[in-house]
Ligand binder design. Sequence first.
Ligand SMILES: Nc1ncnc2c1ncn2[C@@H]1O[C@H](COP(=O)(O)OP(=O)(O)OP(=O)(O)O)[C@@H](O)[C@H]1O
Length: 453
Amino acid sequence: MSAEKLQPLLVVEDDLALQKQIKWSLDGYESVLANDRESAMAQLRRHGSPVVTMDLGLPPDADSVSEGFKLLEQILAAAPDTKVIVLTGQNGQANALKAVAMGAYDFLAKPFEPEVLNLCVERAFRMHELQAENKRLQALQASDAIAGLITRDPQMLRVCRTIEKVANTNASVMLLGESGTGKEVLARGLHQQSNRSNGSFVAINCAAIPENLLESELFGYEKGAFTGAAKTTPGKIETAHGGTLMLDEIGDMPMPLQAKLLRFLQERVVERVGGRQGIAVDVRVVCATHQNLAQCIKDGRFREDLYYRLAEIVVEIPPLRQRVGDAALLAHAFARRFAQEHGRSLTLADDALRAIEAHPWPGNIRELENRIKRATIMADGSQITALDVGFTDADGVDDDRSLDLRLIREAAEQRAVLAALARTDGTVAKAAELLGVSRPTLYDLMHRLGLKT
Ligand SMILES: Nc1ncnc2c1ncn2[C@@H]1O[C@H](COP(=O)(O)OP(=O)(O)OP(=O)(O)O)[C@@H](O)[C@H]1O
């Protein structure tokens, strides 16, 4: 049984005696040594050390601190989470402070007590670990922070984070995205996470209601205001008092109503159709549209002043075809949900998954949801096939190899090795350094990939 692997600690020090001393005092770590900027960067690439101790005075000009600062900058650019502890000479406090301002984690003045150095390094490792864990948890939470929203796509996770951040403000939010991308899901999520979640979430689709009815739907009407107005009825805006109002397809709102909505947003008072009294209403407005509002404004179909009232925060929602891995992820989730609803046990067959991944999904998540719903009814056996999802054999399904991790890795390795050899003009030792591997490892790799030395 091998002993537990020690954490790699990069020690950058040009004084060999001191290098040894540091290594000896920090025997709880696997010290990786470097004595100048270039070798330090090569060691960092190779071992990915989370913590670095470094001297600021490095060759070729060990009397100045310029190489040290350059190295600090390079380390933090290549691996921003690295915890760098700067070891300064006596009277080096100004440089130490400058290093911390540049992003160094801590500093120690030489000569230092081994125990103090140990403590400092231990804290740095722990901080690095905590931050990594924190990041991991944040990523996990972000994907299910909005109820009912399934995604692992980085762009979409950013959208979720934006929604979470603005939820507790009163800023008006404009959601832009193709039909079926989840604008309503996000608007509901925004409401749920806001301090208005005890109030109602009221959505109205401005494109689905005939122009002559939209006004009374939004603002309500008094009894007898028009033929058929048998009793006084509050509008959607009033119903959303204390909560959130979602105006879906705002781009389709007729111009006269846009003027009335603008007045409401300025005064926060509604007047029912046929009414004479203003009613104060407190709502947070979220709008959505698949239209290009800038073009609508240019064409004179949408008021610019209303746009700026409604779009304090603009959130662009990517279409499904741009989300990495989401189509398959959602398909599995929908298949599980609908199969359960039908009391069946169903999984997606490989050909169905490949077809789902290859399809551009113009109707986005709604289209995918509908197709899987239909498929769970159509499937004969225990598997949903591509045919059940409505794809024929000729629907551009890629072959099996497209997700073979070994082939993908090999292709990536080949690209990196070729690029490193090209950059170093064929010098294997330098290419190995660039790649962060030893020379024998690179030779092995080249042999395996069939590349000539
Ligand atoms: N990321 C997601 N995870 C799970 N379900 C989703 C997701 N996005 C959308 N859906 C589902 O897809 C359907 C369409 O979503 P939604 O109505 O929010 O889209 P929309 O952009 O508002 O569409 P439209 O512009 O046509 O009104 C809904 O049934 C919704 O529950």
